[in-house]
Write a protein that binds this ligand. Structure first.
Ligand code: ADP
Length: 483
């Protein structure tokens, strides 16, 4: 690990029941910017994952019984430590994941923001009293933590995808076991070290590491002591994991793939739309589930928008995320690049035109050129699949109705964006889009105060906001009679 101010944040073993679990069997974590091995990390077997779930189960009663204010204080201490070590956490993140350092530090602050948010929300878990149908009864609703929560998270946000699940779970009074993506376990382990320093008790926050996602995932979804499973990742894997949870009728939340439309109407502020698109599309080199995936541009403004967008894309700088001024880092793997390249080639063979970019740069295969494609149509694979790369496919349209219909013509429903000025249109389009989140004249929509989540095959459940606790709580109804 390179250049940490606090080298003891570079942990390489699993974290179970407050202990570092050193295994002989290890797997390598590499820096995508240069292919070099950053660390050899402990490979957990199913046995160790069971140990982690058992530890979380043992820790649960005491954690759940703590006054909310105490849980809040511990979460707050964790938040402060994450912010105090933002630079180091950013360095770890950039080196294992590839995103530019400024973005990595931004992700650390974003992740820590969820810990802060849920530290506050822990104190506001309110119940209800309900007017009953007769005078001899009183109806009361209380909320209680579900129990042991397990999670599987992806490599594109190695810090924030864990923070926003763990913070909500811990605030609610649940205990937690996470398996981070094997590409990016180091951020998770550094977070575990900071949770330990914050005084979060053993067994409350556990990290199991390993490359055998199937074997680890089986325990996390099927262990009888697990009450809730939460996943962020691809729709295909998510479906399999939902099925695995069905046997134990576990509570499940899923944050799956997206295919975000980004619609530019002819009454839009085009400069703002270009800025919003750059923010939404090129963050993390296009590897986010809320990235603009299909750009619908109304006919009348298509040439002007395309020209402005071309100039903005030319300003982007591809390179190693640790280098000054770089705005796009490497993609995560060769297979990710192959998929992006294949989608571009297929589109071109079906009539799309490359306006800028279209291939890897001479810095190496993983460094992909920011790419603009014109004359794309909504039925091409590039418009039906999640691209997960720095590619903007532009699709012309004529009417508002057509734009809504094209935007909804996908099995996904996570984020959507549109730019328009007419107030009637703004309402019609916002209500017409079948998406869990809609950015209106805005390309950056995620923050801890907002409910993040999707519809259709993008999943269910919400992370962040006052709704983010719901997935970790049971609603219990008390009927008091004989009054
Ligand atoms: P991505 O495209 O982000 O890699 P995946 O759904 O493949 O999406 O991966 C998200 C997370 O799910 C990662 O932690 C990965 O290791 C894990 N994963 C992949 N396949 C399985 C599986 N069959 N069972 C359990 N976890 C899995």
């Amino acid at each position: 690990m390179l250049g940490l101010m606090d080298p003891t944040l570079a942990k390489v073993d699993a974290f179970v029941d407050g202990q570092w679990l050193n295994r002989d069997k290890r797997f390598s974590v590499r820096n995508p910017a240069n292919g070099k091995v950053l660390a050899d990390v402990s490979e957990c077997s199913a046995e160790e994952v069971k140990m982690a779930v058992d530890a979380a189960h043992r820790a649960f009663p005491e954690w759940a019984a703590k006054p909310a204010a105490e849980r809040a204080n511990l979460l707050y201490a964790w938040y402060k430590l994450m912010m105090n070590h933002q630079e180091d956490l950013g360095l770890i993140l950039t080196q294992e994941q590839g995103k530019p350092l400024a973005e990595a530090k931004g992700e650390v602050a974003y992740g820590a923001g969820f810990v802060q948010w849920f530290a506050e929300e822990a104190k506001r878990i309110y119940g209800d009293t309900i007017p009953g149908p007769s005078n001899d009864k009183r109806l009361v609703v209380i909320k209680q933590p579900v129990g042991v929560v397990t999670a599987i998270t992806p490599w594109n946000f190695p810090n924030a995808m864990i923070a926003r699940k763990a913070a909500a779970a811990l605030a609610a009074g649940c205990t937690f076991v996470v398996k981070p993506a094997s590409e990016t376990p180091l951020s998770a382990l550094a977070m575990a070290e900071l949770a330990r320093r914050a005084g979060i008790p053993p067994g409350v926050f556990n990290v199991v590491t390993g490359k055998d996602a199937k074997a680890i995932g089986k325990v996390l979804t099927e262990h009888p002591l697990v009450r809730k499973f939460t996943f962020t990742g691809s729709t295909g894997v998510g479906k399999a994991l939902i099925a695995q949870c069905a046997g134990g009728v576990k509570k499940v939340s899923m944050e799956l793939g997206g295919n975000a439309p980004f619609i530019v109407f002819d009454d839009a502020d085009l400069d703002a739309a270009v800025k919003g698109l750059i923010a939404s599309k090129f963050r993390n080199a296009g590897q986010t589930c809320v990235c603009a995936n299909r750009i619908f541009v109304q006919q009348g403004v298509y040439p002007e928008f395309s020209e402005k967008l071309t100039s903005a894309i030319k300003e982007l700088k591809v390179g190693n995320g640790l280098d000054e001024g770089v705005t796009i880092g490497p993609l995560i793997s060769e297979s990710a690049v192959d998929k992006v390249q294949e989608l571009i080639n297929e589109s071109v063979s079906q009539g799309a035109r490359i306006l800028i970019g279209g291939k890897s740069t001479d810095m190496g295969k993983l460094f992909f050129e920011p790419t603009l494609l014109g004359l794309v149509s909504n039925h091409m694979p590039i418009a039906q699949e999640e691209i997960f790369g720095p590619v903007v496919p532009m699709i012309p349209f004529v009417t508002e109705k057509e734009a809504i219909q094209l935007a909804n013509d996908t099995e996904f429903g996570l984020a959507a964006y549109f730019y328009a000025r007419d107030i009637g249109r703004v309402w019609r389009v916002a209500e017409g889009l079948d998406y869990g989140m809609v950015g209106i004249n805005e390309g950056a929509i995620s923050n801890p105060a907002a409910p993040f989540g999707g519809m259709k095959q993008s999943g269910f459940g919400r992370e962040g906001s006052k709704y983010g606790l719901d997935d970790y709580m049971e609603i219990k109804y008390l009927c008091m009679g004989g009054i």
